[in-house]
Design a protein around this ligand. Structure first.
Ligand code: GLC
Length: 546
């Protein structure tokens, strides 16, 4: 090796070491009910997940975030926790959990748990106590209020799942607040005892070896202490999501939440190399506040812009620009393409554009989060009314708000029930599972899965793509172009969102390079000569040589 090469290698290795796994790596969300069932009850479990870790390793992701696996009456499929420090028997035992951690770590995969601090289940012993009498010591662990002036609820606050956020408790003559289902009473984070106890919960799992937490509805944790009415939302339209009728001015994003988050962060920082991720749906300028003063907030406030944007190159360019501009110095960016609450990308933008979305997600600056099944192109499945499971759909039916369509079982093979279970799956399996599944797609050189696998391969260990700068390039119409650059390498990304071919004209000198990947998966190694010709809905990743 020449001296120069040795220097370069040392340089790259040094730089890699200065970034943490959650900065360079890729996060993969598993909705455990739907990932892999090992015991034939039709619901996925931890043993099933363990049996698929080799697949995740092969795919090339670095961390698995698992939606809640705690004991729960399952009114909101685990987001109603009845015991924060145990495992639901549906998913397995502590022995299975410890094995998951061991087996994941043996494969160099991190494990991120879902922490649900805003509310517990109404079956949680804390709430059972809290509602038992007005002077119970746990009364103020939840949010209780007497009726409003004219009788009825204390104020106009709405539940995200439809109807009032207040539920009357006849036994004690007061109402309790629930931002979600009535079976999900909100914990009172203004009470220091709650804070301490919930920090103990984090400690419990950190000691057990988890690598971090995705914190559920973090911007909801605290409400106005004067209980003021939320103002009406002038842009709300009849027939749309009833929760949007009011602006949640006094129920979300209260400034006091940041002190609570700082406590969580302080605790997590006592352990090595762990990550805190916050679920926060807010406009970018509010979102970035969750990095915290002096960056003592969450490491990654989830950036959901890609889930919400219009799928047009100029809109996407705009959200990238706004996000990059809003990030605090040393705030690490991240991007999310799908989750268990939102329509799947393949349904939202169509299968061809979903390939562009994959290239976008894996080449933007910041930690990418993928949602299980998106890597094989799973789509939202229409669920017949008698099979609906999601309480949101049951409460507010027929408005397209239900989340079952994006939670159908993972499609592993063309075998019965897509290889997900030997029993009756808890949600129906999408009709295309014969074609759209891991086994078939792994052997297909042009499949969505091959595209994801290749993209991840190109990205891995490539400082320009993992941690390099982001440089937007000017483009018109439905074309999105940018460069990712590090000291010794650079990549050009060109995404043609149009249904027609397009040429990328370089205003200055035409760069030199070789195509690393086309979303069509048929042009790698081709040399870049002159302007770049893109086919309809084609994305190109080009390794620049100068
Ligand atoms: C989060 C979860 C969602 C759940 C809600 C209430 O938004 O992602 O699935 O229903 O919180 O816990």
């Amino acid at each position: 090796m020449t001296n120069q090469r040795t220097e370069q290698t040392r340089d790259t290795a040094k730089r890699a070491a200065t970034y943490l796994w959650w900065q360079r790596g890729i996060i993969y969300q598993v909705y455990p009910r739907s990932f892999m069932d090992s015991n034939g009850d039709g619901v996925g479990d931890l043993t099933g997940l363990i049996s698929r870790l080799d697949y995740l390793r092969w795919l090339g992701v670095d961390a698995v975030w698992i939606s809640p696996i705690y004991p729960s009456p399952m009114k909101d499929f685990g987001y109603d926790v009845a015991d924060y420090t145990a495992i639901h028997r549906l998913f397995g035992t502590f022995a299975d959990f410890d094995r998951l951690i061991r087996e994941a770590h043996a494969r160099d995969l991190k494990v991120i748990l879902d922490f649900v601090p805003n509310h517990s289940s109404d079956q949680h012993p804390w709430f059972v106590e809290s509602r038992s009498s007005r002077d119970n010591p746990k009364r103020h662990w939840y949010i209780w209020r007497g009726p409003g002036a004219g009788g009825g609820p204390p104020n106009n606050w709405l539940s995200c799942f439809g109807g009032s956020a207040w539920e009357y408790d006849a036994h004690t003559g007061q109402y309790y607040y629930h931002a979600f289902l009535r079976e999900q009473p909100d914990l009172n984070w203004r009470n220091p005892e709650v804070v301490e106890e919930m920090l103990n919960v984090l400690r419990f799992w950190l000691e057990r070896g988890v690598d971090g937490f995705r914190v559920d509805v973090l911007w909801h944790l605290i409400e106005d202490d004067q209980f003021r009415d939320n103002p009406p939302n002038p842009s709300w339209r009849e027939g749309s999501d009833p929760y949007q009728k009011l602006i949640p001015l006094y129920t979300t994003d209260q400034s006091e939440v940041h002190a609570v988050i700082a406590r969580m962060r302080h605790l997590v920082d006592q352990y090595q190399d762990r990550v805190l991720i916050g679920e926060i749906y807010l406009p970018v300028e509010r979102l970035v506040q969750y990095y915290g003063a002096d960056l003592g907030g969450v490491h990654l406030p989830f950036n959901f812009q890609l889930l919400l944007t219009k799928w047009q190159a100029r809109d996407i360019a705009r959200i990238i620009g706004e996000y990059e501009a809003a990030l605090p110095e040393r705030g690490w960016p991240n991007w999310v393409l799908g989750n268990h609450d939102r329509p799947r990308i393949a349904s939202r933008v169509g299968p061809a554009q979903a390939r562009l979305a994959a290239m976008l997600l894996l080449t933007l600056r910041g930690t990418p989060t993928l949602y299980y099944g998106d890597e094989i192109g799973m789509h939202d499945m229409e669920i017949p009314p008698e099979k609906v499971q999601d309480p949101f759909e049951k409460n507010v039916p027929g408005r397209g708000l239900g989340r079952d369509p994006q939670r159908t079982p993972m499609q592993w093979s063309a075998a019965k029930h897509a290889g997900f279970t030997d029993g009756e799956p808890w949600l129906p399996i999408a009709e295309d599972y014969n074609r759209v599944n891991v086994e078939v797609e792994r052997d297909d050189p042009a499949s969505m899965l091959t595209l994801y696998n290749q993209l991840i391969k190109v990205r891995r260990g490539e400082p320009a793509l993992e941690v390099g700068r982001f440089e937007p390039l000017e483009a018109d119409g439905n074309l999105l172009t940018y460069v990712r650059r590090d000291r010794e390498s650079a990549f050009l990304v060109a995404l043609n969102l149009k249904l027609q071919p397009q040429v990328v004209n370089f205003s200055n000198k035409v760069p030199e390079g070789r195509i690393a990947l086309s979303t069509y998966l048929d042009r790698s190694k081709e040399r870049l000569r002159g302007n770049l010709h893109l086919r309809p809905e084609e994305g190109l990743l080009v390794r620049l040589t100068e």
